[in-house]
Write a protein that binds this ligand. Structure first.
Ligand code: NAD
Length: 302
C-alpha cells in the first residue's frame, strides 16, 4: 500500500515561499495570460492561475480573444507584451480552439507563437532557447524559485519542476535509480527527463510508438506518466514500491482522471500522486515561481 503525495499541501508551502519572495521585490511582478475562445477547461485553468497569482501578490492580466482571432492580431499582442515593462511572464493558454486563425493556411503550430515570446518572459519554458539551455546544463542547479542572485539564466517547465518536487518529497536519492517517463512532449516529457538525468537517474523516455510499454515501465523505480491517456498505467506496469507520478489530466464523464489507475496501482506502488490534487496544484505554484524568477532574471542579462 503506497503513501499518497498530497500536491495541494506541498503547493501551499511553495506558494507561501513565493509570497515572501514577492513581498521583497520593488514592485509586484506581472503575469499575462493570452486566452483564445471560450473552452470551459481552458477558462477554468486560467481562473485557477489568476486566483493563485492574487494569493501571492502577482498581478495577473488576462488578454481574451474571440475564437476566430487572426494570426496577425495574436502576434501583435505577443510583441506588445514582450515590450510591456509591467509584464514579467507570458503564457499562451493551449490548446488553441479549432476555429482560430482563419487567415492562416496551413493552420499554425503553437511553436510559431511560442518562439515569438521573449525567452526572458517564457514562463512555460517552451521557447527553444530555454529548452536548449536546460539541455545544456551539466549539473543540477537551482532552477526553481530561489533567492540565489546567481540563478542560471533559464526558465524551466513548471510541470517538470512540480514532478521533481513531488519526487523530492519521498526523500529517495535518485542517483543510479531507473526512471521512466511516458511522454516526449516539450511541455512535460523532455524537461522532466532532463531534470531526472541531472539528478543522476538512468532515464528511459517512452512514447506513443514504444513497442512494449509494460516491459519498460515495470522496471522503473520512478515512473512519470504524462501521456494524456486515461487509465493507461495499470498494476502490471508498476514495479513494487515504485514512485508513481501521474501528470495526466483527462476529462472522462465530467470527472478529472489521470493516466494511472489510482486504486489498483496504489496497492503496489511505494508512493503515488492523486488526480486531481497531485501535480496540478504544484504546476500552478511553479508557474508563479517562474514569474518571480523571470522578474529577477530581467535584472541580469538573459
Ligand atoms: P502531448 O500530447 O503533447 O504529449 C503526450 C505524450 O504522450 C507524447 O509524447 C506521446 O508520444 C505520448 N503518448 C501518447 N499516447 C501514448 C501511449 N499510449 N503510450 C505511451 N506514450 C503515449 O500532451 P502534453 O501537453 O504533454 O500533456 C500530457 C498530459 O498531461 C495531458 O493529460 C495534459 O492534460 C496533462 N498535463 C498536466 C499538467 C498538470 O499540471 N498536471 C500540465 C501539463 C499537461
Amino acid at each position: 500500500m503506497s503513501s499518497v503525495l498530497d500536491g495541494r499541501k506541498i503547493a501551499d508551502k511553495v506558494l507561501a515561499e513565493i509570497k515572501e519572495e514577492v513581498a521583497a521585490l520593488p514592485r509586484p511582478p506581472g503575469l499575462a495570460v493570452v486566452l483564445i475562445g471560450r473552452d470551459p477547461a481552458s477558462r477554468l485553468y486560467v481562473k485557477n492561475k489568476q486566483k493563485a497569482a492574487e494569493q501571492v501578490g502577482i498581478s495577473c492580466y488576462v488578454v481574451r480573444f474571440p475564437e476566430n482571432v487572426s494570426i496577425k492580431r495574436v502576434k501583435q499582442e505577443i510583441a506588445a507584451l514582450n515590450k510591456a515593462s509591467a509584464i514579467d511572464g507570458i503564457i499562451l493558454q493551449l490548446p488553441f480552439p479549432s476555429l482560430s486563425f482563419p487567415d492562416a493556411v496551413p493552420r499554425p503550430d503553437p511553436l510559431c507563437f511560442l518562439r515569438l515570446i521573449d525567452p526572458a518572459k517564457d514562463i512555460d519554458g517552451l521557447h527553444p532557447l530555454n529548452l536548449g539551455r536546460l539541455c545544456s546544463l551539466k549539473e543540477a542547479a537551482p532552477i526553481s524559485i530561489s533567492s540565489d542572485p546567481n540563478l542560471p539564466n533559464l526558465l524551466v517547465s513548471p510541470t517538470a519542476q512540480a514532478v521533481m518536487k513531488l519526487i523530492r518529497e519521498t526523500g529517495i536519492d535518485l542517483a543510479g535509480k531507473k526512471a521512466v517517463v511516458v511522454s516526449r512532449s516539450n511541455l512535460v516529457g523532455k524537461p522532466a527527463a532532463l531534470l531526472l538525468l541531472l539528478q543522476d537517474a538512468t532515464v528511459t523516455v517512452c512514447h506513443s510508438k514504444t513497442l512494449d510499454l509494460v516491459r519498460e515501465t515495470s522496471q522503473a523505480d520512478i515512473l512519470v506518466a504524462a501521456a494524456g491517456v486515461p487509465g493507461l498505467i495499470t498494476k502490471k506496469h508498476i514495479k513494487k514500491g515504485a514512485i508513481v507520478i501521474d501528470v495526466g489530466i483527462n476529462r472522462v464523464d465530467d470527472r478529472l482522471v489521470g493516466d494511472v489507475r489510482f486504486n489498483e496501482v496504489k496497492q503496489k506502488a511505494g508512493w503515488i500522486t492523486p488526480v486531481p490534487g497531485g501535480v496540478g496544484p504544484l504546476t500552478v505554484a511553479y508557474l508563479l515561481g517562474n514569474v518571480v524568477r523571470a522578474f529577477k532574471l530581467s535584472r541580469v542579462a538573459m
